[in-house]
Design a protein around this ligand. Structure first.
Ligand SMILES: Nc1nc2c(c(=O)[nH]1)N[C@H]1C(S)=C(S)[C@@H](COP(=O)(O)O)O[C@H]1N2
Ligand SMILES: [Mo]
Length: 449
């Protein structure tokens, strides 16, 4: 490695970033590379961590030929000819170099009666899940529904039973809100445990949802005084049916027709779905065709045989509704590799069905000590929240994990604490802390085996 004798024109290490635009003359590739090394080496000082491995940082990373200064100085092929014209692909898709970033679909999933695909959490940045990578959970596959023929009926304990077309629903005042959606079987309690963040917790995603509030539509029908529940039914082969307390329907429930700016994808309930912020995903009925207002829940299959948890006492937890506070480190996470000792930004996501994430703590010593991570803006109600934690890995094997606290003061439990309370008959609603083992070679794996 060449000696770093580059003279800096700016006094602080931060300004010495390769993004520095202080000089008019562009840097030569040599200078750019020296600056990059300087930034990584100074990482320890910048974050105030005096780790032994800090000085070496990433600076001794091998230099592949393609980025050698003499190669970089040459005009690249992309500058020698015009690019692809507009219009060859009117609906844009990701770069072909990113074609490994797809939903995590279990192998041999040939049946249609219970299918899932998971978001590739470790590949994603920020808090919005692209629609094509949003997790899926179908009980009878994805129905093909013509929006022109689709209708939503509102009946039961109402003043005026009404039937709406999709266009009629779109005429109501619209709202757009960013919220996560999570399946309550994310992850299940049973072995074998997953290997990657996606295997374990990939049944959570977050999007901007647009629609009309359910309160607006119920007001249009007029609720009778004994209206206590609303039973929602899907137009798929499963006829998914769930009972929702009227309070939730009037608080923040949405009839959603768009996701991330465009119409819902078929997988997410096109042309209209119910969306209940913070509630277990199962209740956000897709391909919504019927809302029956009642004075009692219907005790459908999904709220008796399924989505209930049998406790050690023999009683079952039913109508759990809210997804509790949870977090997971997505980088570095299971299946990934830390290339070298030195600076590592630990990154992850946290969320709570009860409200906002108030705090995320990170432990890099197997749970002995915890430090507060930075919550990246925006921190929204019932939305994924991104956290970041600057770390110097010294090359010694360790266990890293994150722990979320929400604005009700609820703290995410360890797996052991959760099992103590729920026992091992529980199947759904596992929000335990997820520890990752880091080996001496930097490889990361699930510490729960
Ligand atoms: N009609 C209908 N609605 C449904 C389902 C279904 O199979 N049919 N699956 C439920 C479950 S279990 C979950 S977790 C969420 C998944 O929503 P997504 O596929 O948009 O991620 O939808 C819920 N709504
Ligand atoms: Mo689910």
């Amino acid at each position: 490695m060449a000696k770093d004798n580059f003279k800096r024109s700016k006094p602080t290490a931060l300004l010495d970033d390769e993004n520095d635009s202080g000089s008019i003359k562009p840097d030569s590739p040599d200078e750019t590379m020296r600056k990059r090394r300087r930034f990584l080496q100074s990482g320890g000082a910048l974050i105030g961590v005096a780790a032994a491995g800090a000085a070496q940082s990433l600076a001794h990373a091998a230099t592949p030929d393609a980025t050698a200064p003499q190669t970089l100085a040459a005009i690249p092929d992309s500058m020698r000819a015009p690019g692809t014209p507009i219009g060859t692909q009117p609906y844009g898709t990701p770069s072909p170099f990113e074609n490994r970033v797809v939903r995590n679909v279990p192998a041999n999933q040939t049946q249609y009666w219970s299918s899932t695909s998971r978001s590739p959490l470790a590949e994603l940045d920020g808090i919005i899940t692209p629609s094509g990578l949003f997790y899926e959970r179908h009980h009878a596959g994805v129905p093909a529904i013509d929006p022109a023929k689709h209708r939503l009926m509102v009946h039961g304990l109402v003043e005026r039973p009404l039937v709406f077309s999709v266009d009629e629903l779109r005429r109501f005042p619209s709202v757009s809100r960013i919220h996560f959606l999570e399946c309550s079987g994310n992850p299940v309690y049973k072995k074998p445990y997953g290997k990657t963040a996606s295997d374990l917790v990939g049944l959570v995603s977050c999007a901007e949802w647009t629609g009309v509030t359910l309160a607006t539509v119920l007001k249009e029908s007029g609720l009778q005084s004994n209206a206590k529940w609303v039973v929602a039914e899907g137009a798929d082969g499963a006829g998914m049916t769930r009972s929702i307390p009227i309070e939730k329907c009037l608080e923040d429930a949405l009839l959603v027709y768009s996701q991330n700016g465009e119409r819902l994808r078929p997988e997410q309930g096109y042309p209209v779905r119910l969306f209940l912020p913070g509630f277990e995903g199962n209740m956000s009925v897709k391909w919504l065709r019927r809302l029956k207002v009642t004075d009692a829940p219907v005790y459908s299959r999904e709220e008796t045989a399924k989505y209930t948890d049998l406790l050690p006492s023999g009683k079952a937890r039913q109508f759990t509704f809210y997804m509790e506070a949870k977090s997971i480190i997505t980088s570095p996470s299971g299946g990934q590799q830390i290339p070298d000792p030195g600076f590592v930004e630990i990154r992850g996501i946290a969320w709570s069905g009860h409200g906002k994430v108030a705090k995320v703590e990170v432990s890099v010593d197997g749970g002995k000590s915890w430090s507060e991570a930075v919550l990246q803006e925006p921190v929204l109600t019932r939305a994924l929240t991104r956290f970041r934690f600057a770390w110097q890995w010294d090359g010694i094997p360790t266990v890293i994990q994150s722990r979320a606290t929400d604005d009700t003061g609820y703290v995410q439990p360890s797996f052991g604490d959760l099992l103590d309370v729920r026992g091992d008959n529980s199947y759904y609603h596992n929000n335990a802390v997820q520890p990752w083992q880091i080996a001496a070679d930097g490889s990361v794996s699930n510490a729960n085996v």
